[in-house]
Design a protein around this ligand. Structure first.
Ligand code: GAL
Length: 632
């Protein structure tokens, strides 16, 4: 597969006279794919049932003439006003019970069956019109599920749907009462119709109630997405894609991805650094303000490669300053190219820039594009052109499974959001910090869903904070003869989110007797270097490998299977680096200590070396300029 470039384009934002010129300049930039249509509902169906395709037909024809492939988006993220007027109760409701208003986007509730049908009808109409057009080579369903905190909705539609879902799952209120432990605080239900959503309770609602609501909600996203695909499939053979986001974890992406051919995500490295990472670390943010975190993009490239079962794109790549983070710096010259090459080294089939030209109007007028609002090329256009030239020389890349993989589980994210037990416990951050340590060791990393039943030929598997074991994963473990490092918190609950007895983790001969959460200014030093932060477990069992400076067991090994380890704490980076280096060495996995801000990714017999620093670095006698990437 030869990687290609794309761009997001909104013909409806521009005078028709400039479309052909735009298409010509796209082709000249080296772009092969153009995504259109995903917010165009009000121009396609201004009045219910009256469809105006002609302008889009002309836009499609112009792009096709320029030999550009089209990704057509279904417009369900932006239902126009008449749709909301038709279904006033389709609006999502926030946790405080307030309905979302019309006037931006993503105002719908996933559980509303009327809107779900309406969105599927519109998607089918588009597929009927363009599904066999030779230029329409892919579809994007909706846009960024969950963006603007819109996955969870506490609407009447959600309440009714949740009750039905619970009745299906438990069959009798008694079974539900037992599964949730509702004898506690007299919370028992006599009837499924008595059950409310878990918001607006006096103090916290039952964690089992919450977890089922999170599962139900995630399944609504799956069903919403599937309704469009089922309606469209008869009219097209082109692959279906959705554009996921960074660190949006409110629905199970593996479950949505199972219905799609290709996964994609929207990569905004500077916005992400400012808004979603290391919340309190100002020095870090200043150091990487114009480059982005050196691991955040790679993490999601690897995660979405797993979600897409190998096939994935970057659907939106940041091209310059964005408008939505607390601070919006200009990327260092070279970063747009670096981000693009990095995605390609992780296996992206297409990297598509958001957007072609900066819009001078509405919410995103301060958001850069490849072109400025005055039609001049912006810096990103120059870098995209450079990447296109480089890709032409690079040819096809040969991607193989990594030796190391991390099991990633959306349900565990929900479980620990529901019950963090200490403010510092965050599933994503824990996984990310383990991932970061592996990257600092120069490794390629894969992700696997918790439902996997086979680890393949990998040598080291990490299973951090998995809420509950499942049969598939147990099978994968039984079949595997490499090293497994589980913990902390792994296997600490049942599927109903209760504490199992005998106590967990049911792995590596360990038993977690008690847990403590630590304030940010507290840590527990380990005897051989590094420290425990955030989360500490008191372990019982015989086979200790590693202790704290005070002699408490922190890492255990299975007395029978020497390659199974359980780690009863969240470690700082130096702790992870030391332990992971040892585990890799034992499996003959070659590690390299990467200098600060330098990362690498091996592909076939090539390696891409990346300098995320704002200064040049000398490596193996070679000078790596700031914000640059090169193959060796
Ligand atoms: C994404 C979204 C785009 C645009 C972009 C701005 O979240 O999919 O439509 O809003 O962000 O950065």
């Amino acid at each position: 597969m030869r990687p290609e470039l794309g761009v997001c384009y909104y013909p409806e934002h521009w005078a028709e006279e400039i479309w052909a010129e735009d298409a010509r300049r796209m082709a000249e930039t080296g772009i092969k794919w153009v995504r259109i249509g995903e917010f165009a509902w009000s121009r396609l169906e201004a009045v219910e049932g009256v469809l105006t395709w002609e302008w889009l037909d002309r836009a499609v024809a112009i792009l096709a003439d320029a030999k550009l492939n089209i990704v057509m988006g279904t417009p369900s993220a932006t239902p126009p006003k008449w749709v909301v007027d038709k279904y006033p109760d389709m609006l999502a409701v926030d946790i405080d019970g307030r309905p979302r208003q019309f006037g931006s986007r993503r105002h719908y509730c996933f559980s509303h069956l009327g809107y779900r049908r309406e969105a599927a009808r519109m998607a089918a109409a588009m597929a009927e019109r363009y599904g066999r057009h030779s230029a329409v080579q892919a579809w994007q369903i909706d846009n960024e599920y969950g963006c603007h905190d819109t996955t969870l909705s506490y609407s009447e539609a959600a309440r009714c749907g949740f009750r039905d879902w619970l009745a299906q799952k438990y069959q009798s209120p008694d079974a539900l009462n037992r599964a949730w432990g509702n004898v506690f605080w007299s919370m028992e239900y006599a009837n499924f119709n008595d059950i409310d959503l878990p918001n607006l309770t006096t103090t916290e609602a039952n964690p089992s109630h919450w977890l089922d609501f999170r599962r139900f909600t995630s399944e609504q996203v799956v069903a919403f997405n599937r309704a469009q695909i089922e309606a469209m499939r008869p009219h097209t053979d082109a692959p279906f894609i959705h554009n996921y986001m960074g660190r949006v974890l409110d629905f199970d992406h593996f479950a949505v991805g199972a219905d799609l051919e290709i996964a994609s995500w929207d990569s905004y490295p500077l916005g992400a650094l400012e808004r979603t990472l290391r919340e309190d670390d100002d020095d870090w943010k200043a150091h990487f303000a114009r480059q982005g975190d050196p691991d955040f993009q790679a993490f999601h490239h690897d995660l979405y490669r797993a979600v897409g079962q190998g096939r994935w794109w970057v659907m939106e790549q940041q091209p310059g300053p964005v408008n939505w983070a607390p601070y919006n710096p200009i990327p260092l010259n070279g970063m747009v190219k670096l981000w693009t090459l990095e995605a390609i080294a992780h296996g992206a089939e297409v990297v598509s820039y958001f957007r072609w030209r900066q819009a001078p109007f509405a919410q995103e007028q301060m958001h850069a594009g490849l072109l400025r609002p005055d039609h001049e090329n912006a810096q990103a256009q120059i870098e995209a052109r450079e990447v296109a030239d480089e890709l032409a020389k690079l040819g096809a890349l040969d991607h193989k499974d990594a030796e190391v993989a991390i099991v990633f589980d959306y349900e565990s994210q929900w479980a620990w959001e529901i019950q963090p037990q200490g403010q510092g416990f965050d599933y994503f951050r824990l996984v990310f910090e383990q991932y970061r340590a592996l990257r600092k060791l120069g490794l390629n990393i894969d992700f696997l869903p918790a439902q996997t039943d086979d680890f393949g030929k990998r040598k080291l598997i990490l299973i951090p904070a998995l809420m509950a074991w499942n049969d598939n994963l147990r099978k994968a473990i039984d079949r595997f003869d490499g090293t497994i490092l589980a913990g902390p918190r792994t296997g600490s609950k049942t599927q109903n989110m209760q504490i199992p007895t005998p106590l967990g983790p049911h792995f590596a001969g360990a038993k977690v007797a008690r847990v403590a959460t630590l304030r940010p200014n507290m840590s527990i030093p380990l005897e051989n270097g590094g420290a425990i932060i955030n989360w500490h477990e008191e372990l019982e069992g015989k086979d200790a490998v590693e202790k704290t400076a005070e002699g408490q067991t922190i890492l255990m090994r299975d007395g029978k299977n020497f390659y199974h380890f359980y780690l009863g704490g969240w470690l700082d980076q130096s702790g992870y680096l030391r332990i992971l280096t040892d585990l890799c060495a034992a499996q003959n996995i070659k590690t390299t200590n990467m200098p600060e801000g330098i990362r690498q990714r091996a592909v076939g017999n090539k390696t891409l070396l990346l300098n995320y620093n704002a200064f040049g670095v000398k490596i193996n006698g070679q000078k790596l300029p700031p914000a640059s990437a090169f193959w060796y």
